[in-house]
Design a protein around this ligand. Structure first.
Ligand SMILES: [Zn+2]
Ligand SMILES: [Zn+2]
Length: 125
């Protein structure tokens, strides 16, 4: 087996994406430690296997905004979470009167933000 990876000066997209994923796992774990395992909307409780149905919602919808005190997080079950987001889309559609969002923040931007964090060496944990 050869580990032929470039050591410095080149972070592949793969690594950036993995860093982003790790960060997502991190904030989920933090949120689960901070809050009781209850959906903030419907009040259902989750534990064990069903815990994966409980998701971390970002109140300002900015997944890069992860304050350590959890003030931007809300635990929602996948159904309420879905609701929360589709309601926003409906509101947006009525507001702007335009279907489809032209300038939606793409994952590329987030991957790049993660990469910037990597370079600065300030990954959580
Ligand atoms: Zn719910
Ligand atoms: Zn959300």
């Amino acid at each position: 087996m050869s580990l032929n990876r470039n050591k410095k000066g080149g972070i592949s997209l793969d690594e950036a994406l993995r860093a982003q994923k790790e960060r997502e796992n991190t904030y989920r774990e933090r949120a689960l430690k901070l809050f009781p395992w209850v959906c903030g909307h419907c009040g259902r409780e989750f534990d064990g296997k069903r815990l994966k149905e409980l998701t971390v919602h970002h109140r300002d919808h900015n997944h890069d905004n992860n304050p350590p005190d959890g003030s931007n997080w809300e635990l929602l079950c996948i159904y309420c979470h879905d609701n929360e987001h589709s309601r926003d889309q409906v509101a947006d559609a009525y507001d702007s009167d335009s279907p489809g969002r032209p300038g939606e923040k793409g994952s590329g931007v987030q991957a790049f933000a993660g990469l910037a964090d990597l370079l600065k060496g300030k990954l959580p944990g």
